[in-house]
Design a protein around this ligand. Sequence first.
Ligand SMILES: [Mg+2]
Length: 230
Amino acid sequence: MGSLGFFVSGTDTNVGKTWVASAIVRSLLAAGKQVAVYKPVASGHATPGCAGSDARTLWEAAGCPGRLDDVCPQSFEAALPPVASARVEGRAVDEALLRSGLAALPRHDVVIVEGAGGLFSPVGQETLVVDLVRDFNLPLVIVDAARLGAVGRSLATIRAARAEGLAVAAVVLSHTHPVLPGDVGPLSAISIAKEAASSIAARGEVAVAILGHGQERLPEATEWLAGLSG
Ligand SMILES: [Mg+2]
């Protein structure tokens, strides 16, 4: 496969992957790229039928290219991991479609793929997220929530990814909650995120960006992103 783009994975579920992936999409669109988005499988609140679903959020960020059904070709309603969620419906995850769905996307310069859960979360009976990253041959963007513990979580995922032979393009720390007006000083959410970002960058030898709550694009000076949009 080997299309140009990024695979957006997380240190865990609910760390802001969809928002970060959407911000990457908007940044690339602003740089004049044709961007496709892909979510191999979704379950629970992430299913395309739900308002504000992952697939719809990504698709809208990309300017609604192609059909929403192609963004996420298989989804299951129960708020369980995909395999269990499929079982509730008497179905099974289509392992081949997890991969082949990428080829059905409309013409694009760049593709942004959002995984489900973390790097080692199962997305099929046989398949973990990490297997898809390898098969798609895309560099990883690792998302973590900008809160205490980010350094440990991020480094664990960076090291595990590299041990699997994957390229890590960047880590993005995402403010998943608004910063409260009185939240200032060294213990503030902003300070914690900045400290964590420099520690991850130094210890993980990786580019780190911080995405503010509600911020629609990544910071302008994001070199790893400019490399893709050049
Ligand atoms: Mg998501």
